[in-house]
Design a protein around this ligand. Structure first.
Ligand code: ZN
Ligand code: CA
Length: 371
């Protein structure tokens, strides 16, 4: 059913189209054409104008021949850097880059799987309910495409995000919410040799705060990290300003609220103790999602993997994806493994077998929802 050669060729074509985040104009054009040729009604929304990107999200609709819930497939078009000039290499059934760039299977493996599944549906006249496809922009580093998705164009009840590293069979039902916790710590400059007692060291405030902060693994659902510290120019000046960038995540929004509050209070207390000030910039980057493993969407997914002879594995993730945002729109969505191995590295690779199974999985999903 899935045509492996056609699928691999399509994947190789897609990874060779440059599409760093916000620079998805070229690949969007190609995908609009491909979806139209497959008979979908295609629109590009205005997310690109809102976030300063080359294009908006590509949204395709395929009218169904049968009653059933509208199902949505979602993959992102952008890649991390260095992702320009990808030269894919196939070795022993595995697709790699040439080692100088990422491969871009994150998330073009998902896109290729969706396109192949629609081809299979079409050429075999397989009955299906309404299908929606979203190829989003700028997922990496902010989920900006999904956050600005024109939902007035979407009717889906169930969403399947094809964007996880596990092999097909992996079903991600939970993902954390994330807070950005940035602190601008303000001390008071003074000559470090002549009158240090007149200064307030922002570096000492930062260090006191971080030293007393609960960080890294907080509990099985919650994590926190200080990732960037910048400030200071010379050793002979008591440092007047330091910027600290941190994050916290939790599968439980309640626990996340508590952790974020703890981090804010710790910065504030250290600043007060040492006579400085702190300006906090805290933002919820995305909400958590939590789909009941007993839900219909998971049952159907397990049925799909049963049919394919693949083992299903229900799990959670520590990362954010478009799945978080689709759920916040009231679309019940899960994230599915498509075999992206070592994403965001020069060693990124994809087993052809996983790619074929990903396309098969989408095909079976379409069939099962029209039953
Ligand atoms: Zn991805
Ligand atoms: Ca990624």
């Amino acid at each position: 059913m899935v045509n492996q050669e056609r699928l691999v060729n399509e994947f190789l074509e897609l990874v060779q189209i440059d599409s760093h985040s916000s620079k998805e104009g070229k690949i969007a054009k190609v995908l609009v054409k491909k979806l139209e040729e497959l008979g979908l009604e295609v629109k590009v929304d205005d997310a690109g104008e809102k976030v300063g990107g080359e294009t908006g999200n590509v949204i395709g609709k395929l009218k169904g021949s049968k009653e059933g819930p509208t199902i949505l497939f979602s993959s992102h078009m952008d890649t991390v850097k260095p992702g320009e000039g990808v030269k894919p290499v196939i070795k022993d059934g595995v697709i790699y880059s040439d080692g100088t760039t990422i491969l871009g299977g994150d998330d073009k493996a998902g896109i290729a799987a969706v396109l192949e599944a629609i081809k299979v549906i079409k050429e075999n006249n397989i009955e299906h309910s309404d299908i929606e496809v979203v190829f989003s922009i700028w997922e990496e580093g902010g989920l900006f495409g999904a956050k600005n998705l024109d939902t007035s164009k979407i009717n889906a009840e169930y969403g399947f995000v094809l964007d996880s590293g596990g092999s097909p069979g992996e079903i991600i039902v939970k993902g954390p919410a994330q807070d950005k916790v940035n602190a601008k710590i303000i001390g008071k400059p003074a000559h470090a040799g002549l009158v240090p007692e007149e200064g307030v060291s922002a570096i000492m405030i930062a260090s006191k705060a971080i030293n007393t902060m609960k960080l890294l693994r907080i509990d099985e659902e919650t994590t926190a990290n200080v990732g960037v510290i910048s400030g200071g120019e010379a050793t002979n000046v008591v440092t007047p300003e330091v910027n600290v960038k941190a994050e916290a995540r939790s599968l439980s929004e309640e626990k996340l609220n508590a952790q974020t509050q703890h981090m804010v209070e710790t910065f504030e207390k250290a600043a007060a103790d040492l006579g400085g000030k702190v300006e906090m910039d805290v933002e919820r980057m995305y909400p958590a999602f939590n789909v009941d493993p007993e839900d219909e969407i998971v049952k159907k997914m397990q049925e799909v993997f049963n049919t394919m002879g693949l083992e299903s594995n229900i799990t959670s993730t520590g990362g954010g994806s478009d799945t978080n945002i689709l759920n916040s729109y009231g679309i019940k969505a899960i994230n599915l493994g498509i075999g992206e191995k070592k994403p965001h590295t020069l060693e990124e690779h994809l087993h052809i077998k996983d790619l074929v199974n990903a396309a098969g999985m989408v095909t079976e999903l379409i069939k099962i929802f029209a039953k």
